[in-house]
Design a protein around this ligand. Structure first.
Ligand code: ATP
Ligand code: MG
Length: 168
């Protein structure tokens, strides 16, 4: 279906804001900063699959950050594609591992990751989903400083024609 990507992104992030707002003793606190312009970018994708991808990136940003971290969610209109990003101030990923985080079952630190829970499939599944929508997913990270995950999704500029205008 065609969805307004800024609206859907905000809606998914709202749930993460609500989770933290409604938890009196959260295991991990976080603040989400949004840099999401009001826009009318219509992207063809599957809402529930896309939600799964953002959920995974947000859960990773929380999981691999210290308590009280700031997570920045951005949307950039690049005309023929829209680029979404989620940045954290967390552990970061060692340079030698950065090309492997999208591999099935890959985890940077086996012991640490096992303690955190999860299976190491989240990013592999996210990559499959994003590529099914002809998009790209990648990461830039500095160990000890944080990570930014990017998703680029192609879109066709929406043009209003006669058939889109109707009377009530
Ligand atoms: P799952 O998502 O299946 O519950 P997972 O989070 O370990 O488990 P992925 O989401 O695929 O698996 O991530 C793979 C690995 O990449 C993680 O184990 C972690 O080592 C690293 N990683 C992912 N996101 C981040 C991040 N934001 N900061 C630091 N490391 C990360
Ligand atoms: Mg994960």
């Amino acid at each position: 279906e065609y969805v307004n990507i800024a609206e859907l992104f905000n809606y998914i992030l709202d749930r993460f804001d609500m989770i933290i707002a409604n938890d009196d003793e959260p295991k991990k606190r976080y603040t989400i900063r949004r840099e999401i312009p009001q826009s009318q970018i219509w992207v063809e994708l599957d809402t529930s699959k896309f939600t799964q991808v953002i959920d995974n990136l947000m859960n990773n940003a929380i999981k691999y950050s210290p308590d009280g971290g700031v997570i920045t969610a951005r949307l950039d209109d690049k005309q023929t594609e829209v680029v979404l990003s989620i940045s954290d101030q967390g552990l970061g990923i060692p340079a030698a591992d950065v090309n492997h985080v999208f591999d099935r079952f890959f985890r940077v630190d086996k012991a640490r990751s096992r303690a955190q829970g999860g299976s190491g499939l989240g990013l592999a599944i996210s990559k499959e989903i994003v590529e099914r929508f002809d998009g790209r997913i990648w990461v830039e990270s500095v160990e000890g400083q944080g990570s930014t995950f990017f998703i680029a999704l192609p879109y066709e500029p929406y043009e209003l024609d006669d058939e889109d205008v109707w009377d009530d």
